[in-house]
Design a protein around this ligand. Structure first.
Ligand SMILES: NC(=O)c1ccc[n+]([C@@H]2O[C@H](COP(=O)([O-])OP(=O)(O)OC[C@H]3O[C@@H](n4cnc5c(N)ncnc54)[C@H](O)[C@@H]3O)[C@@H](O)[C@H]2O)c1
Ligand SMILES: CC(C)[C@H](C(=O)O)[C@@H](O)C(=O)O
Ligand SMILES: [Mg+2]
Length: 356
């Protein structure tokens, strides 16, 4: 089985190296091949998603991705900016279903900025549609404002849109995932204001007819943001569009103690997937050896489970992560008094040792 390793920028290479170390220790005969992506792709090949990298990702059975982005590339024309690499991979590989599980490991109850009783036992699954919405809608750009008080000035604009089939397929993913959990889906939208999301609500309601054993609730995104910090445990599965899912999953990350704890799987219709931490390249801590590698290591576990048919190896990694947390090892983002502060590599080594 071939795994494409795309470390990317900032902390990407540091955290990916830890996950690779763990994968190599499993005793499987995986073939791991690395390639440049993001700013690293631009620097080496003049494009954030070089042809060779895309070809490797397409040919591989699964992709393990670090993170992309660096402020030094923010002035480049949009098509050449590092973020286009991850957007391009999602689109080119048809990865429409993004699963972001927010689970609180009991040992980290005190690491969350929320009160332990609000988050203890948390286990929610955010399902974010990943290849549609305002992220990819056209037209977009900067043009002359046609009317109103600002007529004649420049205006920036994007297009929010969802095709019926796009909503149907992500709704099926959500209801099917709920069947393996607590059988509750909250569909998050902005149907009170946006045509796109009234349409979303109507289609999700229609798909729900096939899943009468699953409870469906609709919630506006502003309320969902509030409920996520007020009573997050009331959620089971949240399904939402690309932009709302981006924002809500970062908020949910803090319920788990740190964004460095939130893994993700981006899947196509056949469970081929790209696996990456939900966070970015963290330029503020890059190169310092302090980034939390657990979201990436847990993403590798999701890869084993969803794309490589190795659920028992996924369990091994997840149990090893639990063990190191129980041992009291913490990177600075999840550190509390009384625990042992470790760096990125030490954390990776500890997981390796705990594999059993
Ligand atoms: N999928 C991706 O590759 C991805 C995702 C989000 C942001 N980005 C890019 O990353 C760059 C930085 O964006 P940002 O600062 O808004 O978001 P970010 O997620 O990179 O960082 C936000 C904050 O979280 C911290 N953080 C993130 N990951 C951490 C980890 N593993 N351990 C400890 N702390 C961690 C950072 O130090 C920072 O303080 C931008 O160029 C952005 O476009 C990329
Ligand atoms: C880097 C960016 C394009 C990306 C997104 O907005 O999807 C990131 O924030 C994420 O959550 O994966
Ligand atoms: Mg994001």
């Amino acid at each position: 089985m071939k795994i494409a390793i795309l470390p990317g920028d900032g902390i990407g290479p540091e955290i990916t190296a830890q996950a690779v170390k763990v994968l190599n220790a499993l005793g499987e005969s995986f073939e791991l091949e690395s390639a440049d992506v993001g700013g690293a792709g631009y620097a080496a090949h003049g494009h954030p998603l070089p042809q060779g990298t895309l070809a490797l990702a397409k040919a591989a059975d699964a992709v393990l991705f670090g993170a992309v982005g660096d402020y030094k590339y923010d002035a480049l024309e949009r098509a050449l900016r590092p973020e286009q690499a991850i957007l391009g991979l999602r689109k080119e590989l048809g990865l429409f279903a993004n699963l972001r599980p927010a689970i609180l490991y009991p040992e980290l109850a005190g690491a969350s900025t929320l009160k332990p009783e609000v988050v203890s036992g948390l286990d929610i699954l955010i399902i974010r549609e990943l290849t549609g919405d305002i992220y990819f809608g056209k037209p977009r750009g900067v043009r002359e404002c046609p009317d109103g008080p600002f007529a004649g000035q420049r205006e920036g604009f994007d297009t929010m849109r969802y095709a019926e089939g796009e909503i149907r397929r992500i709704a099926h993913v959500a209801f099917q995932a709920a069947r393996k959990r607590d059988r509750r889906v909250t569909s998050v939208d902005k149907a009170n204001v946006l045509e796109t999301f009234q349409f979303w609500r109507d289609i999700v309601t229609d798909v729900h007819k096939e899943y009468q054993d699953v409870e469906l609730e609709h919630m506006y995104v502003d309320n969902a943001a509030m409920q996520l910090v007020r009573a997050p445990k009331k959620f089971d599965v949240i399904v939402t569009g690309n932009m709302f899912g981006d924002i809500l999953s970062d908020a949910a990350a803090m319920l788990t103690g740190s964004i460095g704890m939130l893994p993700s799987a981006s899947l196509d219709a056949n469970s081929k997937g790209l696996y990456e931490p939900s966070h970015g390249s963290a330029p503020d801590i890059a190169g310092k050896g302090v980034a939390n590698p657990l979201a990436t290591i847990l993403s590798a576990a999701m890869m084993l489970r969803f794309s490589l048919g190795k659920a028992e190896q996924a369990d091994r990694i997840e149990n090893a992560v639990k063990k190191v947390l129980a041992q009291g090892l913490r990177t600075p983002d999840i550190y509390e008094e009384g625990t042992t502060k470790v760096g990125t590599e030490q954390m990776g080594d500890a997981v390796l040792k705990a594999l059993g």
